[in-house]
Design a protein around this ligand. Structure first.
Ligand code: NAG
Ligand code: NAG
Ligand code: NAG
Length: 350
């Protein structure tokens, strides 16, 4: 059973603006980096201790570090086959849980045209790990396997607790996991978290605890929503609210980050987009560029203005393989809105 309430009808009816922001490519992985012919970046976190970027890949259970000021990817963690049997083969979500310690989700996915929906989680392959970057080399430890999980994806920490919440994109649920004891359970399950099986096998995807809410995206249902939670247990204490609905094709919302100064969510989306959603539910197509090879996740840099966007790249097809990229979007820079043409014209005339 679930209860749906709309945040406000007015918010959902809000018109979609199209303001675009300056985009710069920071890095593109070498195809050789992963050992499987290309690199698909799934998730990103800002490493607060040094301002660098942590990048999780699904092409190998790898975590790389990238210094945006001197971009050269460095492999920090490789959990590929750490459990044997080829498991895990991928890393997905990442969240900092204490100083320079990260919890990541891991598992295996089937890829390719023979899979309805293109990508599908493999039953029995999912697990959760702690990665301690306080020393070098990084120390990794298994928190727990979750045999019932079907597609562990976004990870978020509940502040001042030992709990992380992890989206299961295929099950349509959120797990709580105690990163000290390994105890886990499904704390929220709802039809608003479900995928569209065989079409888009990813429902709930990105997750972030902010204030007393768990914010989430659902890729298949093209929604950005939130649910009030108990900060001790992670359980829902109220109805799920839809903050915004994707207004058009190209709004298969994936991972996101909040801009510190405004609280707007900046959401990566297939095939070429970044969407900006205000707290009031207004939706702006912030970036739409064919340079972006399948946006997967976003993270604000330490300056609070630069939004880093990762992409999955292109694995197969006539144009593949092209590895995943990292872009920087200047969200404080001048926007190129509808009047851009006019501005250019005036400049040219002057
Ligand atoms: C990660 O480890 C696996 C298994 O040992 C190995 O096959 C693979 O080449 C390693 N990946 C990288 C990028 O070093
Ligand atoms: C995976 O597990 C689910 C739930 O138990 C089941 O419905 C599904 O058929 C399984 N998929 C495969 C490929 O075995
Ligand atoms: C993004 O740009 C492409 C190419 O111009 C266009 O076809 C597509 O509709 C745009 N996406 C959105 C969501 O407006």
């Amino acid at each position: 059973m679930h209860f749906t309430s709309l945040l406000s009808a007015a918010a959902l009816a809000a018109t979609t603006a199209a303001q675009s922001y300056p985009l710069t490519q920071v890095y593109q992985f070498e195809n050789s980096f992963s050992g499987v012919g290309y690199v698909n970046i799934e998730n990103i976190a800002l490493r607060k201790s040094n301002g660098q970027l942590l990048l999780n890949t699904v092409t190998g259970a790898n975590m790389a570090q990238l210094d945006p000021a001197n971009p050269q990817a460095e492999l920090l963690v490789n959990l590929t086959n750490a459990l044997g049997n080829g498991q895990p083969g991928s890393l997905t979500g990442i969240a900092e849980t204490s100083h320079d310690v990260y919890t990541v989700a891991a598992g295996n996915f089937q890829f390719g045209p023979q899979v309805p929906g293109g990508v599908l989680g493999v039953n029995g392959s999912f697990s959760v790990w702690n990665v301690d970057l306080n020393g070098s080399p990084a120390k990794t430890s298994l928190v727990t396997k979750i045999p019932e999980a079907r597609s562990l994806n976004g990870v978020t920490a509940i502040p001042k607790s030992d709990l992380v919440l992890i989206a299961d994109s295929l099950l349509g649920a959120v797990y709580s996991v105690n990163i000290k004891t390994g105890e886990y359970k499904v704390v929220i399950q709802d039809s608003l978290f479900l995928p569209n099986l065989g079409v888009v096998n990813f429902g709930i995807n990105g997750v972030q605890v902010k204030g007393k809410y768990l914010y989430f995206t659902n890729s298949a249902q093209m929604i950005f929503g939130r649910v009030p939670i108990d900060l001790q247990s992670g359980k829902a204490v109220g109805a799920i609210e839809i903050v915004a609905k994707g207004p058009a094709a190209g709004a298969t919302f994936d991972d996101f980050d909040f801009k510190p100064s405004t609280g707007d969510a900046w959401i990566a989306s297939q095939p070429t987009n970044v969407w900006q959603v205000t707290q009031q539910g207004q939706v702006n197509l912030a970036v739409n560029s064919t340079e972006l090879l399948g946006p997967t996740a976003t993270a604000f840099g330490a300056d609070g203005c630069t939004l880093y966007v990762t992409t999955g790249g292109v694995g197969g097809g006539p144009s593949g393989p092209m590895s995943g990229q990292v872009f920087a979007v200047d969200t404080c820079g001048e926007q190129q809105g509808q009047n851009q043409g006019e501005k250019q014209w005036r400049k040219w005339r002057a």
